[in-house]
Design a protein around this ligand. Structure first.
Ligand SMILES: Cc1cc2nc3c(=O)[nH]c(=O)nc-3n(C[C@H](O)[C@H](O)[C@H](O)COP(=O)(O)OP(=O)(O)OC[C@H]3O[C@@H](n4cnc5c(N)ncnc54)[C@H](O)[C@@H]3O)c2cc1C
Length: 369
């Protein structure tokens, strides 16, 4: 079976690898470089629990996705010899005031009722767990099972795995539209640098174009709108590695993710500004201030890098992974803040759906016709 994947981020590469592992012939189109968009820009928090504030049916899937990422991290390391930066670091969600503390205690309580670990800590207990954090906090919740990968390392390993198996990758090759015949998807049209245009045919096409997933010609009219939500990021280097703290520390304004090397990634903004890639001094300053509020020793840290990229958002219900109203045309997009967490889960779901052509086995609601 021949399958075309549009988009070489963590979602597209993950699906391509799984499909090729199961024997499919895969052709992957990427209009730039593999992994160069949201997937390398992410903080890499596998925040199955910290990310879900209100009771949600997504919890079980997120927890499963987190476990799948742990297995996948070690599988990718074995396949390629590349470290993906997996760390079972836990996430400490700290409360700045009593209203915030009440809210996170509620979050911990509903999650405990669902059978997952989340411990409410007083300020002193939280500081024993993470001595680098600020003294001025009201309390915290310890999501011990949340974890992290380093997305740039993950993408390097994934690209290496993709290159070692029989997947044809066309870089610098933009898909401009999907082709249909008798109501079924049969392939894509693409353009390469210069005047070169072409068509490619396949038994199935998977759109994994991140924030650009609804910008192709020939999509059905019920295709969901995927919108870019810009996030700006700041990377710091500490004077001494112990300054950076150990668990991920998270509050209502952002987070600090220590990589264990003295490098710390701090985020982020949520901005609806179209595809503007601008990194703004005000946003970076407020990310830095919040990071210092969380971990005061970061006031001595040096800025290593700043960047921005786009979270693909298509509604509060989570990503859309499924077959469309056009047979043989699939969508795997809208992973928003949790595409790294959900990468392996999505790859398995897409491979199951495409190879068995049974959309009912997908974990998320498929597109409605
Ligand atoms: C600042 C920031 C912080 C984040 N932090 C986290 C986090 O801590 N944890 C977490 O789980 N998630 C996080 N995310 C979210 C996560 O990064 C995304 O959900 C995930 O990377 C989406 O992967 P993707 O493959 O769908 O998209 P992308 O990585 O954007 O890849 C899409 C690819 O498709 C290509 N493409 C698009 N259209 C075409 C076309 N027509 N033809 C050919 N190629 C095309 C693009 O060039 C791109 O390479 C964060 C995101 C951002 C921006």
């Amino acid at each position: 079976m021949k399958i075309i994947i549009i988009g070489g981020g963590v979602v597209g590469c993950g699906a391509a690898l799984e499909l090729a592992d199961r024997g499919a012939e895969v052709l992957l189109f990427e209009r730039g470089e593999l992994g160069a968009e949201a997937s390398s820009a992410a903080a890499g928090i596998l925040g199955a629990q910290v990310e879900l504030k209100e009771p949600s049916p997504l919890l079980k899937r997120f927890v499963r996705a987190r476990a799948l990422m742990r297995e996948w991290a070690s599988e990718l390391e074995q396949r390629t010899g590349d470290d993906v930066g997996y760390r079972a670091s836990g996430v400490l969600r700290v409360a700045r005031d009593s209203a915030d503390f009440t809210a996170i205690q509620r979050q911990a309580a509903w999650q405990r009722a669902e059978g997952v670990r989340s411990d409410v800590l007083g300020a002193a207990e939280a500081r024993r767990l993470a001595p680098a954090i600020s003294g001025g906090l009201h309390g915290a919740v310890w999501f011990e099972d949340d974890a992290q990968v380093d997305p740039r390392k993950l993408m390097r390993a994934l690209i290496s795995a993709v290159s070692r198996i029989n997947i044809e990758v066309r870089r610098d090759c933009e898909v401009t539209g999907v082709l249909t015949e008798s109501g079924r998807c049969i392939g894509v049209e693409f353009k390469q640098p210069g005047p070169n245009r072409g068509v490619a045919y396949a038994d199935a096409v998977v759109v994994a174009g991140g924030s650009w997933s609804s910008r192709l010609a020939g999509l059905p009219c019920d295709w969901p709108q995927v919108e870019p939500i810009r996030g700006q990021m700041l990377e710091l280097e500490c004077e001494t590695p112990s300054d950076s703290g150990s668990p991920i520390v998270y509050n209502c304004d952002g987070y600090v993710v220590p990589r264990g090397t003295g490098r710390v990634v701090c985020g982020s903004t949520m901005e609806s500004v179209g595809f503007s890639r601008e990194v703004t001094p005000n946003a970076i300053e407020s990310i830095r201030k919040n990071a210092i509020t969380l971990v005061p020793a970061l006031s001595r840290a040096r800025t290593v890098a700043t960047w921005s990229n786009f979270r693909p958002f298509c509604g509060p219900g989570g990503p859309v992974i499924g077959v469309s109203s056009v047979p043989r045309l699939y969508l795997a997009a809208g992973h928003h803040r949790n595409g790294i967490l959900l990468a392996r889960h999505t790859a398995l779901a897409i491979a199951d759906a495409v190879l068995t052509n049974r959309p009912d086995i997908l974990p998320y609601a498929p597109l409605r016709s």
